[in-house]
Design a protein. Sequence first.
Length: 295
Amino acid sequence: MAETRLIDGKAHAAGLRQHVADAVAALKQAHGFTPGLAVVLVGEDPASQVYVRSKGKQTVEAGMLSFEHKLPATASETELLDLVGELNDDPAVDGILVQFPVPPQINQHRVINTIDPAKDVDGFHPINAGHLWSGEPSLVPCTPFGCVYMLKKELGTLEGAEAVVVGRSNIVGKPLAGLLVQENCTVTIAHSRTRDLPAVARRADILLAAVGKPEMIKGSWIKPGAIVIDVGVNRIALPDGKTKLVGDVAFAEAQGIAGAITPVPGGVGPMTIACLLRNTLIAGCRRRGLPVPKL
């Protein structure tokens, strides 16, 4: 069996964060402005709290301004939308990110639609989604961009490759397909109702798993030598009562079949915050009519 190469998301993310930090320093020197990212957390979900802290820390390390806003879990939708409106109007804020999920009394789609598309660093606003599929400049969802960024770093060009995306969410699957089309891939979006999903997956030169089901994609579904990007992050219980994180791909089965694969954790995950910083920098430049640095 050929050895499967691990794609080091931590190393790719560190490289992108350094590029962003260098560009921020250059902008400060040349134009005297510092991009600012505002993150809003509603409630006290432990995983979200850890993620928000990490975002704030990495924002500051990149030389940007970090604004954190915390609302109680009992906050009304009106309170959250009013805060988003204030951030839309705040000239110091270039990027707005509302940490999802939000409590059940708040409509997530309404929140997304309220964020100024020019500050929508999550890339979820319908206007940014439309720009992506039209091939126009847009703020692109962070996780999909991180996947394509790593693929291009690993492969150089993706042109002509057959890519299969398993998963069709607005957050990952659909924007990922749009980005791969822009890279001149032949793209199939597959999902739980796809007929003979294993056979469809086996066609892929690049197989991207974003379905949210632990180890659903088996080794026998992978074309020998294919590049596998595993977006899934699933916590499963072990027989000894402990838990572990696994992806959507049966990692052990993929070994020796895939040409390269992202591990979970340590693959796609680290790229997400790095791409968020990239989007904040881009948003800040566009809002001020400055050239966007090549990142």
